[in-house]
Ligand binder design. Structure first.
Ligand code: SF4
Length: 336
C-alpha cells in the first residue's frame, strides 16, 4: 500500500516494573495499519500483543511504562499527546473492546443509558438524537427488537449479545480505528464466528480499520487482511493473510500453524504442539526470543536477535529470523 498508514508504530518498548524486577513486555515492536484494513495480531498469552495496543492508547496501569518508541495516528504521535488530547481521541477516533463485556459495562445502568451517555459525552447532540443513534447501532450489530432492548440491563443479555452491545458502544462515535482485544474468547465457537463475521461486515460497511488481537490463528483467517505474529514481546512475522497461511517463513509461525486443528486433515495427521514454554520476560533470551524452543536455532540466534528481513514486498511479507540471511545454511525443503 502506498498511502500513509492510519497508525504507524515504531520501536515500541514497554516494561512493567515489579517487585521481582523489570518485565520487558514489548521489545521494539514496529507495525502499520492502513485506513479500512483489518490487521490480526496473533500470539500466545504473554507475547505482548495486548500490551502493545494498550501502550499505543496509553491505557497501561501504574507500574507499566512505555520507555521508547513512537505511535503516529494520522501523523500525531500518541505517546506525546497530553492526557486531555488522549481522552478526546479515545472513544472518538479510536475505540477498544475487550474480552469480557461485563467488566466494561456498568451492571447498575441499562445498556441504552450507558451508550446514550457515551454519545452525549463525545458529540454535541440532544438526548433524543443520541437515543435514535443507539437504536440504529443496535440494528447495525443485529440485536433483535433493538428499540425495546435499550431498557435492558447487561445481565439480561447472553454473552454474545453483550459483546454486540460493546461493539455498538465502541462504534457510537464513528471511530476510524477499532481495537478488539480477544473479543470472542469467552464465547462458544458458533457465536465466536458470528461476532467475527459481524465485525468484518461492519468494517466493510463503515470503512474503518480494525486491529483484532487473538491467541487463536484459526479464528481470524476469514476476517483479516493481514496478520502480525508476536512472540516474546517482539513482532516475528507479518504478511497478507492467505500468503501467511500458504507460506509461513518464521519457525514460530510454522509451529503455530502446525498446532491449529485443520478440518481438511482427513489423513488423521496429529497436531504438533510447540515444545517448551514461552520466555520469562523478567529474563528474556539475549538473542532471538524463540531460540530455546527452535529446532533450527544457530549459534548467532543465542546472542543476537535477528533483524527484519523483507521476504515478499507484494505480500507485505517480513520475517525476523536469521534463516532468511543470504549466508544462512539452506533448510530442508528450500528451493535448490
Ligand atoms: Fe530459530 Fe534462529 Fe530463526 Fe530465532 S532466529 S526463529 S532461533 S532460526
Amino acid at each position: 500500500m502506498t498511502q500513509s498508514p492510519l497508525l504507524k508504530v515504531r520501536d515500541l518498548t514497554t516494561s512493567f516494573f515489579t517487585s521481582r524486577g523489570e518485565v520487558q513486555a514489548v521489545r521494539g515492536v514496529d507495525f502499520d495499519i492502513h485506513a479500512g484494513e483489518v490487521l490480526g495480531i496473533v500470539g500466545e498469552s504473554g507475547s505482548g500483543k495486548s500490551i502493545t495496543c494498550m501502550s499505543v492508547l496509553r491505557l497501561l496501569k501504574n507500574n507499566g511504562r512505555t520507555i521508547k518508541g513512537t505511535a503516529h495516528f494520522e501523523g500525531r504521535d500518541l505517546l506525546e499527546l497530553s492526557e486531555l488530547e488522549m481522552r478526546r481521541l479515545r472513544g472518538n477516533d479510536v475505540a477498544m473492546i475487550f474480552q469480557d463485556p461485563m467488566t466494561s459495562l456498568n451492571p447498575t445502568l441499562t445498556v441504552g443509558e450507558q451508550i446514550i451517555e457515551t454519545i452525549i459525552a463525545h458529540k454535541n447532540i440532544s438526548r433524543s438524537a443520541a437515543r435514535e443513534r443507539v437504536v440504529e447501532l443496535f440494528e447495525l450489530v443485529k440485536i433483535p427488537e433493538a428499540a425495546s432492548r435499550l431498557g435492558a440491563y447487561p445481565h439480561e443479555f447472553s454473552g454474545g449479545m453483550r459483546q454486540r452491545v460493546m461493539i455498538a458502544m465502541a462504534l457510537s462515535c464513528d471511530p476510524k480505528l477499532l481495537i478488539a482485544d480477544e473479543p470472542t474468547t469467552a464465547l462458544d465457537v458458533t457465536i465466536q464466528r458470528q461476532i467475527l463475521l459481524l465485525l468484518k461486515e461492519i468494517q466493510s460497511r463503515l470503512g474503518m480499520a480494525i486491529i483484532l488481537i487473538t491467541h487463536d490463528l484459526g479464528v481470524i483467517a476469514e476476517v483479516t487482511d493481514r496478520i502480525l505474529v508476536m512472540y516474546g514481546g517482539t513482532a516475528m512475522e507479518t504478511a497478507n493473510v492467505h500468503h501467511l497461511f500458504d507460506k509461513p517463513m518464521h519457525p514460530y509461525t510454522q509451529g503455530l500453524l502446525a498446532s491449529v486443528p485443520n478440518v481438511n486433515n482427513i489423513d488423521g495427521e496429529k497436531l504438533k504442539p510447540i515444545p517448551g514454554s514461552p520466555p520469562d520476560m523478567l529474563r528474556p533470551p539475549k538473542g532471538c526470543p524463540f531460540m530455546p524452543r527452535c529446532d533450527k536455532a544457530m549459534e548467532i540466534c543465542v546472542t543476537t536477535g535477528a533483524p527484519e528481513f523483507e521476504i515478499d514486498d507484494a505480500q507485505s511479507h517480513k520475517s525476523r529470523c536469521w534463516l532468511h540471511h543470504p549466508d544462512a545454511p539452506q533448510q530442508k525443503g528450500d528451493a535448490a
